[in-house]
Write a protein that binds this ligand. Structure first.
Ligand code: CUA
Length: 228
């Protein structure tokens, strides 16, 4: 999860988020190079006294500074497009989780397993235990198996919400009357925190998401203990 002074992206917990971080670093590097070059040119303009009274056109330089930025943009656009389609790919999911946004909590359904369903509310500050995270912990966590393809179906019951977990690279809008789908693969155990990221109303900041990623046999134990 994000903690103090952590201004960058969180550590990834899925291969897709890893790719998103690589793309972020790649785009940032290009941005820095452009900023340094343009900054240098603008700075140097203040100090030159050269005047060319006969300058009317410069075909060559205009060709260069038109085509070069277009090529640079391609180097951002093509990897971006690759990621976009990679994020949409569904790869034989072994678990399907349905998540429904409400004002102001999430409810979950495991339709593959005898329809386990529960609501997930934020724990209010005055009820927090010493090891709890304020505005981030919930009463019922989403338990998911690691090292498995997981499909998530997102919708909403009232207004638009957004199911967003940064460490997994997932951000899907829950829209009333629509069913959105995406998939992810958690590659390590742990707790992964997220928040609704669609401005959905007065208590928008109080509908967090907690994923508890566990080994597959633990997940099966949890599922069967809920079925009895
Ligand atoms: Cu739900 Cu913001």
């Amino acid at each position: 999860m994000s903690t103090w002074a952590n201004l960058g992206l969180q550590d990834s917990a899925s291969p897709l988020m890893e790719q998103l971080i690589f793309f972020h670093d790649h785009a940032l590097l290009i941005l820095v190079m452009i900023t340094v070059l343009v900054g240098y040119l603008m700075f140097m303009l203040f100090f030159n006294n050269y005047v060319n009274r006969f300058l009317l056109h410069g075909q060559l330089i205009e060709m260069i500074w038109t085509i070069l930025p277009a090529i640079i943009l391609l180097f951002i656009a093509l990897p971006s497009l690759r990621l976009l389609y990679l994020l949409d790919e569904i790869n034989e999911p072994s678990v399907t989780l349905k998540s429904i946004g409400h004002q102001w909590y999430w409810s979950y359904e495991y339709s593959d397993f005898n329809n386990i369903e529960f609501d997930s509310y934020m724990i209010p500050t005055n009820e927090l235990t010493i090891d709890g995270f304020r505005l981030l912990d919930v009463d019922n966590r989403v338990i998911l198996p690691m090292n498995s393809q997981i499909r998530i179906l997102v919708t909403a019951a009232d207004v638009i919400h957004s199911w967003t977990v940064p460490a997994l690279g997932v951000k899907v809008d829950g829209t009333p009357g629509r069913l959105n789908q995406t998939n992810f693969f958690i590659n390590r155990p742990g707790l992964f925190y997220g928040q609704c990221s669609e401005i959905c109303g007065a208590n928008h900041s109080f509908m967090p998401i907690v994923i508890e990623s566990v080994p597959v046999n633990y997940f099966i134990k949890w599922i069967s203990s809920n079925n009895s």
